[in-house]
Design a protein around this ligand. Sequence first.
Ligand SMILES: NC(=O)c1ccc[n+]([C@@H]2O[C@H](COP(=O)([O-])OP(=O)(O)OC[C@H]3O[C@@H](n4cnc5c(N)ncnc54)[C@H](O)[C@@H]3O)[C@@H](O)[C@H]2O)c1
Length: 287
Amino acid sequence: MDDFTGARAVITGGASGIGFGLATALLEQGAAAVALADVELGALDAAVDRLRAADLGGEVIGLTCDVTDPASVEATAEAAWQELGSVEVVCLNAGVFAGGAVWETTEADWDWVLGVNVRGVINGIRAFVPQLIDAGAPAHVLITASIAGIVAAPASGVYCTSKFAAVGLAESLHHDLQLSGATHVAASVICPGMVATNIDHGERNRPSALGDATDTPTSQLAVGAIADTLRSDAALDPLVGARHALAQAKAGRFYTTTHEGDLWDRLVGNQNDDRLAGRPPRFQMYE
Ligand SMILES: NC(=O)c1ccc[n+]([C@@H]2O[C@H](COP(=O)([O-])OP(=O)(O)OC[C@H]3O[C@@H](n4cnc5c(N)ncnc54)[C@H](O)[C@@H]3O)[C@@H](O)[C@H]2O)c1
């Protein structure tokens, strides 16, 4: 889609951070309606109130959704089509972070992070894409992965694994839409750099049955470094990042980022050099 005017959008993880930024930016760009879909109910109600109060034009609704649960995502899709009348933009954005060395990350952390960041995207594609194809109208699925889905970082193996999978899902979705002739549905992937959100305390939505997150010096290093960066001047305002990603998507870019400047070119360029030379990946900061 090269224009979001009049579009009706569903945004998973829409109650906070980049998801809320995407919803806001879509309304700014003339979307007719946005549905914030989220598992954190208090934050969801507050986000809906805040976005309605911003008075950007367009309808704002909130939908309870746990992206790890296929039935919940199906119900969200059904409710969105019913309440909004149609859906043209789907942002599969909900995500969580856990840190730690690959071998010390607990099974519960693998389940939680892969459940939200990978199964959540799969559930979203399965629930929304067939209807977007059948509707026959121009549509766009934007999957929020991460720079960590392109270039891996130390002490974050579970997160990087999940985000590499999210990038692979977006690329596969693109290929399958082309193969099936559903070229009215576009797919793209957002690979944010460091954005000032609440992802550093994502455990607020961690199911209690999974117990506590991995707690080791390495996981503390990762979580601490992220928290420090997100609370520093280096972290971007989520709305600024969302506007940039949407502008890139509208311009037809498949791989979009939140940051202006040479971050993407530098990281991907260095990575390609290492891959072509067969070298181990160098350590690269996401800023
Ligand atoms: N903040 C960053 O620097 C950064 C960088 C790269 C990628 N990302 C990605 O951006 C996306 C948004 O994260 P954010 O940084 O805005 O964090 P955030 O914590 O501010 O927002 C994440 C949202 O996802 C929701 N959520 C969590 N589990 C859910 C579930 N099971 N079902 C439905 N919703 C659920 C949360 O309630 C929250 O509203 C994530 O996919 C994240 O991995 C963030």
